[in-house]
Design a protein. Structure first.
Length: 165
């Protein structure tokens, strides 16, 4: 679904409140635009990448983001920024593709927020959007091994995991 879980949002919000070096946030797989609503759309410059173009109009994303690119984050050049958010995104990719995509994002951005479910979810499309299907499942131990130790925030808040560098 284009909406993310509420669990863990307070951890993410608290972390952002302590950062002074973030001006531009790149929200990858924005769905309904949860993060500008949570963190303040006027507090940062927001750039979006969304694979499903109908969400731009449906969720008024132009009112939340200064820049919106439509495309697949696996294959495209990502916008520049200080921080990338991967909020409930990687589970929509096959596991190997998700790992490659995470490494790509990790290499490009000084800060990364990764929030990902740790329970299996629907493999069905949502409201005609086939990209909403969950193609991989992740466990806490597996994620803990994948994510580099430079990620200082590591939380398991069932049913999801949060990692932040």
């Amino acid at each position: 679904m284009p909406f993310s879980l509420d669990q863990g949002k307070n951890v993410i919000e608290d972390w952002f409140d302590k950062q002074a070096d973030i001006r531009v946030i790149v929200d990858l797989g924005v769905g309904a635009g949860a993060y500008p609503k949570l963190l303040g759309k006027d507090r940062y410059i927001w750039k979006a990448v969304e694979i499903w173009a109908p969400y731009v109009k449906r969720y008024n994303l132009k009112g939340l983001y200064q820049e919106i690119r439509i495309g697949d984050i696996q294959y495209m050049e990502l916008p520049d920024g200080d921080c990338a958010i991967l909020g409930d995104v990687l589970e929509h990719l096959e596991k190997e593709a998700a790992i490659r995509t995470f490494k790509k994002v990790d290499e490009q951005f000084r800060h990364v927020v990764l929030s990902i479910p740790t329970v299996p979810a629907s493999r069905r499309s949502f409201d005609g959007n086939e990209f909403e299907s969950h193609l991989s499942s992740w466990g806490w131990e597996e994620l803990n091994q994948l994510v580099p130790s430079i990620y200082r925030v590591r939380r398991q808040i069932k049913p999801l995991a949060i990692f932040i560098k």
